[in-house]
Ligand binder design. Structure first.
Ligand code: 5AD
Length: 426
């Protein structure tokens, strides 16, 4: 968002650019914006989203230089750990991470079984692994939830087809483009997720119009979260300028998946692989705490996410919704959700891990806690206020009545306190 640092292009080879941020190098893809050597850019989620005029970049860098070094120091300090407290499982995970050996599912289960008395140690170890892999890089995306209509009937989801109690809404193409324009050009976001239920009202033509309309006005990474659209449609949307897609596999347990969805598990995995083949940056993950889910299931979820090699991991807690068949189930505790984030970090050390909005319903400090337990990026709800409370996938959405302008200020304050800087990581 407005919390963004321009980087200087050091090298550009084919579609891969090397970018300098105060002496630290990162890589980003040049997909439709091809900068020249020496030019300044904003990159987000690993994609170059905008060329920044030199004068503006230098002014911004001057403001950032001291702050950047200060943030780095804060993060290094907070990521310090007392290794003597590590359990055998944590020690083994770190040893394997350092030697690029993947953890087995059994070893992931070992982490998930960490006792409460050792939880803080596990979370700290994960934070240290994040710091070692990614420094203090952080990325803040905006999400615009543009329709709560859905043709599907997923057992856990508040906007399922059979929920007749919610008021349904659809934003017009113009409204979506205008809101994106506001989020990017007024609030400063550089990555924008567009999310909806699976709503056939938005056919390929409308979706392409939305993506092209946003691209024409905004230098930002567009991430689609529209479910299982056809591969042809996704291909057209990629060509139109949407370069990222968020689609969870929800659970790696095929039986559980098919009990809760109207669609097949194989199709979901096939769709995820196709998205990657097309060239999308892919964000995926699972729901934490589904009824009947075991540690074995979660370890398999983490392993499946690792196999799919997503650019972003998005694991969030299941929060029971009153108008669904799972209404009387329990939600997981914050501790359980944090433990899973830490296990993802230790088993996939270079992962970009998102703090999901659902996680933030578990406690008022959940965002901060997750960022200190291995997570590396955030998503803020930039849906227009009159709609955001109607986008009720789960109850208790903390931001249902929050103003995005205030959320931005609050988030920047938090990131400064914990020493995270907005470089190109997603
Ligand atoms: N609790 C938490 N997350 C939910 N989602 C849907 N319903 C719920 C719920 N009750 C998540 C799904 C979906 C994403 C858009 O929202 O994981 O992929």
């Amino acid at each position: 968002m407005c919390y963004a640092i321009p980087g200087k292009i050091l090298k550009i080879e084919g579609k891969l650019a090397t970018i300098d941020y105060f002496g630290e190098n990162r890589t980003a893809a040049a997909l439709d914006i091809i900068p020249k050597h020496g030019e300044y850019v904003y990159a987000q989620g690993g994609v170059i989203v905008k060329i920044v005029p030199e004068k503006q970049a230098l002014e911004s860098l001057k403001e950032w230089e001291n702050v950047f070094q200060e943030l780095k120091k804060i993060d290094e300090q907070t990521a310090k750990t007392d290794e003597t407290k590590f359990t055998r499982e944590i020690r083994q995970a770190i040893h394997k991470a350092n030697n690029s050996i993947p953890l087995s599912e059994q070893e992931i289960i070992g982490l998930l079984k960490t006792e409460d008395s050792k939880l803080e140690t596990l979370l700290k170890a994960a934070n240290a692994a994040r710091q070692k892999q990614q420094g203090n890089a952080c990325c803040v995306h905006a999400i615009i939830e543009f329709s709560n209509n859905c043709k599907n009937n997923c057992a856990y989801c508040g906007i399922r087809r059979e929920n007749t109690q919610i008021k349904r809404y659809r934003m017009s193409v113009e409204e979506i483009i205008a809101r994106a324009d506001y989020a990017v050009n007024k609030l400063g976001f550089k990555a924008l997720a567009l999310q909806s239920g699976e709503d056939e009202y938005y056919d390929e033509e409308k979706l392409v119009e939305i993506v092209k309309g946003i691209k024409a006005k905004c230098g930002a990474l567009i991430m689609l979260s529209i479910g299982e659209a056809s591969i042809e449609t996704y291909e057209k949307l990629f060509q139109a300028g949407a370069h990222a897609a968020l689609l969870r596999f929800e659970t790696s347990n095929k039986k559980m998946y098919e009990q809760m969805h109207c669609t097949s598990f194989e199709n979901r995995i096939k769709c995820l692989k196709e998205l990657k083949r097309i060239g999308f940056l892919v964000a995926t993950g699972a729901l934490i705490g589904l009824p009947g889910q075991t540690n074995e299931d979660i370890a398999r979820d983490i392993a499946l996410a690792r196999e799919l090699e997503p650019d972003v991991h998005s694991f969030g807690p299941f929060i029971p919704h009153g108008q669904t068949p799972l209404a009387s189930e329990r939600k997981p505790s914050l501790q359980q959700a944090l433990k899973i984030i830490a296990a993802i970090r230790l088993s996939t050390p270079n992962a970009k891990i998102l703090v999901t909005t659902a996680l933030e319903t578990l406690a008022s400090n959940a965002r901060e806690k997750a960022l200190a337990s291995g997570a590396s990026s955030l998503m803020l709800d930039a849906t227009p206020e009159k709609y955001k409370q109607l986008y009720e996938l789960y109850p208790g959405k903390t931001t249902a009545h929050a103003k995005i302008e205030e959320e931005v200020i609050k988030t920047i304050k938090l990131l400064k306190t914990i020493g995270r800087a907005p470089t190109d990581l997603g």
